[in-house]
Design a protein around this ligand. Structure first.
Ligand code: ADP
Ligand code: F6P
Length: 472
């Protein structure tokens, strides 16, 4: 049962141990985005340890003894775990990003099942567990595990005899049971998840999908409060929608780099508008469809020709996975064909940039754009949607066009919600956004900013850690 033995104070006094595949950069807090920033703030606030895979050093620790590089910056200690290169690749490019990522983003057509992927996934999780067992200071440490790379970690820790409270937060969607049970490993994945004490999801839909999938495996039932009993333990599953640090992002946008401001002023004088998209170059983000919708806008609403530019910043990601190379080629072909059709000597309709941009510049670019286009085919939350809102000038805000299939759509009802598969609908929403009167823009933005403040990064980590500490 949920006990009140641990109060909030008690929760704060216990050491926090975070585990994720990718370690955040503790030395460059300004560059930390989304997930990383949320976790770093929690660790900076109360002190603690963060364990993750060592970057670029895979290869030398094939043996049983974990090779861990410890570093301390202020109150945060990081532990970088060296992992065998080939096994790491089968785990990261393989099971995590060729099996689980497409499955959890409803893309059964892209899922690959290979026994060596699953084997490496379990091996790497066992290595994380061994490393963690050495780093823990006792049963009282609160362990917070992040994302789909580490689903079996609690089970591996329990096998080593650890009785700590262990929480898991899934940053990506959880698929409906009909899709989930298509993976041969579904029963094991559910059994692994039920080894945690708290299971956190982005949205109510994800929680429902998880519970229905768990019921479909036949091993669990949930009471009205969402509590399951599993091997004599109590498991809480709930949504904890992730957020951003609204004020910090707004400040960064306000202090935008000079060249961003000059460019924005030039556009203002010429009466030109900018639409912006910012994403990792992932097939879940709906980028080719978004470019097609922009082309449709120019076709259906020709008053926008030469008056609007669409800036798409797409950062390189998971390039060793074939589906990512394919989406890149497809996107480049789409951008090329739209520009080929519409560009003239003075106007390039799509500016496509395939790189990662410094966060402060990104914030400035979001502020300088009259429309934010966030149209994933499926997304856990999508923090760019929240960053776009936070970046706006409240006296003259831009308009967010948001996919109904982003987790953020559950909270951000005052944006223009679209179906990203319906190209005409997206084109019409962009036209509506570009023409929206100031009064309506201010009203929508006011409601949205209020919403992202309520569910911000601080609230996210506080509510998750309180739920975890309160499990008895
Ligand atoms: P995901 O976790 O799937 O990448 P999110 O939208 O939730 O999607 O988070 C992405 C984070 O990465 C955001 O903080 C966003 O600002 C940042 N980001 C995305 N693309 C870029 C880019 N090209 N340059 C810099 N930062 C980026
Ligand atoms: O938000 C989902 C997520 O997969 C995070 O877990 C991850 O750190 C981020 O996207 C970027 O992906 P990657 O770590 O594979 O570059």
């Amino acid at each position: 049962a949920l006990g009140d033995r641990h109060t909030t104070n008690d929760a704060r006094s216990r050491r926090l141990v975070v585990v994720s595949n990718r370690l955040g950069n503790v030395r460059d807090l300004a560059q930390a985005g989304g997930l990383t920033a949320g976790i770093l703030d929690a660790l900076a606030e109360r002190g603690g340890l963060w364990l993750g895979a060592s970057e670029g050093h895979h290869g030398s620790a094939a043996g049983d003894e974990p090779l861990i590089h410890l570093e301390r910056v202020g109150k945060i200690e990081t532990a970088a775990l060296t992992l065998p290169q080939q096994e790491y690749s089968l785990y990261y490019n393989g099971y995590a990003n060729s099996t689980l990522w497409p499955l959890f983003h409803y893309r059964l057509d892209l899922v690959q099942h290979r026994s060596e992927f699953l084997h490496a996934y379990r091996q790497i999780n066992a290595r994380f567990a061994q490393a963690l067992a050495r780093l823990l200071s006792g049963n009282d440490d609160l362990i917070w595990v992040h994302d789909y790379h580490l689903i079996p970690l609690a089970a591996a820790l329990r096998r080593l005899g650890l009785g700590n409270r262990i929480g898991f937060f899934l940053h990506i969607p959880f698929p409906p049971p009909d899709l989930f049970v298509a993976t041969p490993d579904h029963a094991e994945l559910i059994a692994d998840l039920l080894q945690y004490d708290v299971l956190g999801f982005q949205t109510a839909t994800d929680v429902t999908n998880f519970r229905r999938s768990a019921r479909a495996t036949g091993s669990t039932t949930f009471d009205a409060g969402g509590i399951a009993q599993s091997s004599g333990r109590t498991v809480l599953s709930r949504s904890f929608p992730i957020g951003i640090d609204v004020d910090a992002f707004a400040r960064m946008a306000n202090e935008a780099a000079e060249d961003v401001q000059i460019d924005s002023m030039r556009r203002q004088i010429l009466g030109l508008k900018q639409i912006i998209g910012v994403d990792r170059l992932d097939y879940s983000k709906g980028l080719p469809g978004r470019m097609q919708a922009f082309a449709r806008l120019l076709e259906k609403h020709p008053e926008n020709e030469r008056a609007v530019t669409y800036l798409q910043i797409a950062s390189p990601t998971r390039e060793e996975v074939a589906a990512y190379a394919e989406i890149r080629a497809q996107l480049e072909a789409t951008a090329g064909s739209v520009n080929g059709k519409y560009a003239d000597l003075t106007w390039t309709p799509i500016r496509y940039i395939h790189r990662t941009v410094p966060r402060s510049r990104l914030a400035g670019l979001l502020r300088a754009s009259q429309v934010g286009l966030v149209t994933p085919l499926r997304d856990g939350m999508n923090l760019v949607a929240k960053e776009y809102i936070a970046a706006q000038d409240p006296a003259d805000p831009g308009v967010l066009v948001l996919s109904r299939f982003a987790g953020a759509a559950e909270e951000l009802a005052q944006s223009l919600i679209v179906n990203p598969y319906a190209v005409d609908e997206v084109a019409d929403a962009i036209a509506k956004a570009l023409a929206m009167p100031l009064e309506e823009r201010i009203a929508r933005h006011g409601a949205l900013i209020e919403r992202i403040r309520r569910n911000d990064a601080a609230q996210w980590r506080k509510s998750f850690l309180e739920a975890l500490a309160n499990m008895s």
